[in-house]
Design a protein around this ligand. Sequence first.
Ligand code: PAF
Length: 291
Amino acid sequence: MPKRSGLVVARTRGEARDWYKSQRALGKRIAFAPTMGALHDGHVSLIHIGLGKADVAASSIFVNPTQFAAHEDLATYPRTEDSDLQKLEAAGCAFCYCPSPAEMYPPGDSTRVTVKDLSHILEGEVRPHFFEGVASVVSRLFLHVSPDVAVFGEKDYQQLLVIKRMTQDLGFPIEIVGGPTKREADGLAMSSRNAYLNPEERTQAAAMSKVMFATAAKVEAGELIRAAADTAKADLLAAGFASVDYVEARRADTLAPFGAETCPAGTSGRLLIAARLGKTRLIDNIGFVRR
Ligand code: PAF
């Protein structure tokens, strides 16, 4: 197995198994932060969180075809493996699994993992294929890398809940940990897809987090949820966004609607937002507790 100075790179499930068995033999607990590459500081922070919870950190780089619809950006998704591996090594990561599509989905493959309910709301309404692709690949990555802890960014909050549900339902002996969203200086949530924004769009994109924080503060203070969301949508369009997929305040644990005009006092919520800027679709979310 090729080894950069401090990072083992595996390309097959057999090589991944050899690595995790070697770690188990040394009595080490493994933390795992799966990625699709094009790494930024948000990914690096997940490695650091993992190292705080286990003895060694592992990652993966795999642009997963099953979570892209035919019209989406699978072909153009940024692929920067060399610099990604350097960043992982610099972050203290010991292992990276970089399988081929055929390694993850062997010839004749026909097995999928579906997390019902949670997969069909919010992001799942706009991207119906997405969470089945995520649950299918993450369950395989869990089997190939066999971690004790797995860390996922809260930037993809619904994905985090889907993975927690899947892990519990399938009985993976893995602790799932959420990592706080990393933001640029102007508040934009870090994302590999931010690279698609042209300079003008990049400036306009800062409006998303500002609108999100302002809307969450209103809901937290007991304002009408629908009115706050409608104002947020209008503000995003005025800031240059082409369209808004959703602005929703939901229960933090299940993403169910509150079923009331205001968020009930004392409840924990999540404000979730998705909108398109030019050809780029941006998502963000933030937690709140109703006073
Ligand atoms: O969040 C991501 O980068 C991907 O959805 C994941 C979890 C690595 C699965 O492909």
